[in-house]
Design a protein around this ligand. Structure first.
Ligand SMILES: Nc1ncnc2c1ncn2[C@@H]1O[C@H](COP(=O)(O)OP(=O)(O)OP(=O)(O)O)[C@@H](O)[C@H]1O
Length: 362
């Protein structure tokens, strides 16, 4: 899917902005504080319904205004036109709109907008908590496996119930709790197998990209399912019942899963420099883009914020080259043109200049 036209209203310093991006490469230039990241952040709302910079929706609403909105006219792979929108007001309600129909179900909107982001904070994917890596995996699954979201939601409900029982010091082996235990472990096994399958498919693609981005290292990706290796989830739950009762929550299950990245046999963050960690993240994201394209026959959108600060010139070029080769719609922000000297070679591109929150095509 490609964004054809975008309209942003009352979003941070962007009072009223509209632009028609390139279906291939869109460059957004401007000095510090001009509004480049805000533009990227507004687009991110279409793919996630939230910001990547703050948990407080009210922070992105323009000072002294009551709401913000992002609208986009899009072209699907089938050539259909889609009109999408996201609005949020200070009283915490949001509305999505799809071809004029309003919905309060975020997944209706975000399932239509497969979007990824690379920023100066993207190394958190490797050095941050396991939840970052589960989110990475689940983005792919959400867009590729239609049943995934309902499976993950159901698992979440049973986990909540089990944790509530643990907090009440309930006896989980009592007959009245057997149904909950067996359903929980069945859903957990199923969710885990789905994630494992995804990582197994992603791994060879990632291997190829990591050879490109980190040619001097032997990089291995693996999935940790969230409990002991050689036992089923139900067995692990029984083994840990007493411990779980003491801590008041469930310590085994796919909610504890992780992706592990080893480089030359050790954890990636032990060996790689910051720049190399960024390259590893780029390789992970590229492989996910490739897998998404292959599995769905659709194209995705990629936002690169402040790419100049993140990767050296060669890697920057390699990253953007690779994404454009996959027909991804790429948005890149930069302070100066010198950070993106190589873009001269692309024919299909548009350049925008942001100044005090207004955007002009160059
Ligand atoms: N809620 C808000 N209302 C109005 N302006 C805001 C709001 N939140 C942030 N701003 C301002 O918006 C401006 C744009 O910020 P933004 O982060 O988009 O800049 P940028 O061009 O990405 O800068 P940099 O190159 O330094 O990252 C800043 O001057 C910021 O103070």
């Amino acid at each position: 899917m490609k964004l054809d036209r975008v309209q942003i209203t009352q979003f941070r310093n962007l009072t009223s902005v509209s632009l028609s991006p390139s279906p291939a490469l869109t460059i957004i230039k401007g000095v510090n504080g001009s509004g480049k990241s805000s533009l990227i952040e507004a687009l991110y709302y279409l793919g996630f319904g939230r910001s990547f910079r703050t948990n407080k929706h009210s922070s992105v609403i323009q000072n002294e205004k009551n709401s913000f909105s992002v609208f986009a006219s899009c072209k699907t792979e089938e050539g259909d036109e889609l009109k999408l929108g996201f609005q949020r007001s200070r009283n915490e309600t949001f509305t999505c709109s799809i071809n004029g129909e309003h919905s309060n179900k975020l997944s209706d909107l975000v399932s239509l907008v497969p979007l990824q982001l690379f920023t100066p904070q993207s190394t958190d994917l490797i050095i941050g908590s396991p939840s970052e890596r589960r989110r990475f995996c689940d983005w792919g699954l959400f867009h590729v496996e239609h049943q995934f979201q309902s499976l993950a939601n159901q698992y979440g409900k049973f986990l909540k119930h089990r944790n509530a029982l643990l907090k009440q010091q309930a006896n989980l082996s009592a007959p009245q709790n057997q149904y909950w235990e067996s359903q929980f472990s069945e859903l957990g096994e199923s969710l885990s197998a789905t994630r494992q399958g995804y990582v197994d498919t992603l791994t060879p693609i990632f291997k190829q990209y990591s050879q490109e981005f980190l040619p001097n290292f032997d990089v291995e990706l693996s999935y940790y399912k969230g409990w002991e290796k050689d036992v089923g989830l139900s067995e692990s739950l029984v083994k840990k019942r007493e411990y779980d009762g003491k801590i008041g929550h469930t310590s085994s299950g796919p909610h504890k899963a992780d992706l592990r990245l080893k480089v030359n046999g050790v954890n990636a963050q032990e060996l790689l420099s910051r720049g190399q960690l960024r390259m590893a993240v780029a390789a992970l994201q590229m492989s996910q883009t490739k897998l998404f394209n292959k599995a769905t026959q659709r194209k995705s959108i990629f936002l690169l914020d402040d790419v100049g600060a993140e990767l050296d010139a060669d890697k920057r070029e390699q990253f953007i080259d690779g994404l454009l080769k996959m027909d991804t719609q790429v948005f890149v922000t930069a302070i100066e043109s010198t950070q993106l000297a190589f873009i001269q070679k692309y024919n299909e591109k548009k350049m925008f200049h942001v100044e005090h929150g207004s955007v002009k095509e160059e």
